[in-house]
Design a protein around this ligand. Structure first.
Ligand code: NAP
Length: 238
């Protein structure tokens, strides 16, 4: 059953974020889609409006630019339409030894994967508390609970996101707000330069199927929360 009305999804121009936008639009949710790629966002928004008759707003923004994120937060906290679900989905990382990461890449990875989600959560939490209604879904990674050589800054950011998520839940659950971490294994997307649609189902999650599982989290009865959902392709090494 649909329990919310308007969902902000970061990283919605492709991959899991775009799949989630498609799935939630099909279930009747109005959307705010955020990413850097304006053309991809516009095309997806037009398709979702046509197919499902939902309201879709696009926000072209670089989450590594924390001044731009702060300006958006200011706008969001004054937006009369409100956002009752935030999905912090955008994430970046690359598979390289630490010495090969530039300072800028490390700073950007932290900004996109952990600082921006915290700032966006802070911007929306006051209205969620006032309405006693809201949900924050943080897309972490199964790497938040294990270790992987050559991805140290990424793994650190995902573990930090998991810590943020669980701690915020304990702070806001008394106000009927739920915070949930999703810890997926390998997903068949273009993450880190991969080719979307190139991996076999047995060892990579399909974005559309994973999106359905995440959308179901929004539709749980309001008196329960799944605080962490770990989901692996069965044949992945984990
Ligand atoms: P993806 O295909 O690379 O998509 C990432 C999305 O984030 C894109 O829409 C991208 O849009 C957006 N994004 C990247 N940098 C951004 C920035 N600086 N500002 C705003 N938006 C930005 O990756 P995905 O696999 O769908 O990843 C979704 C989430 O799942 C991420 O948090 C990732 O860490 C996590 N995850 C992925 C895997 C995997 O195997 N793929 C496994 C576990 C967890 P623009 O380029 O248009 O900005």
């Amino acid at each position: 059953m649909k329990r919310f009305s308007r969902v902000l999804i970061t990283g919605a121009s492709r991959g899991l974020g775009a799949a989630l936008a498609q799935c939630l639009a099909a279930r009747g949710y109005d959307l705010m889609l955020l990413a850097r790629s304006a053309d991809e966002l516009r095309a997806l928004a037009a398709e979702l409006r046509d197919l499902h008759g939902v309201d879709v707003e696009c926000v072209t923004l670089d989450l590594a630019n924390l001044d731009a994120v702060a300006a958006l937060c200011d706008q969001l906290s004054r937006d009369p339409r409100g956002v009752d679900v935030l999905v912090n989905n955008a994430g970046i990382g690359s598979y390289r030894a630490l010495g090969e990461w530039t300072t800028q890449e490390i700073v950007d990875c932290s900004a996109v994967n952990i600082t921006a989600p915290i700032l966006l959560s802070r911007a929306l939490i006051a209205s969620m508390i006032a309405n006693r209604r809201g949900m924050i879904v943080n897309i972490a990674s199964d790497l938040a609970r294990r270790y992987l050589a050559n991805m140290a800054p990424y793994v650190a950011s995902k573990r930090a996101l998991l810590g943020f998520s669980g701690s915020l839940l304990r702070e806001v659950k008394q106000h009927n707000i739920r915070v949930c971490s999703v810890l997926p294994g390998i997903i068949d997307t273009a993450f880190n330069g991969a080719t979307e649609g190139s991996k076999e189902e047995t060892w990579a999650l399909q974005p559309a199927a994973l999106a359905e599982q995440i959308a179901d989290l929004l539709e749980l009865p309001l008196n329960v929360v799944i605080d962490e959902m770990t989901i692996h392709p069965l044949h992945q090494d984990f």
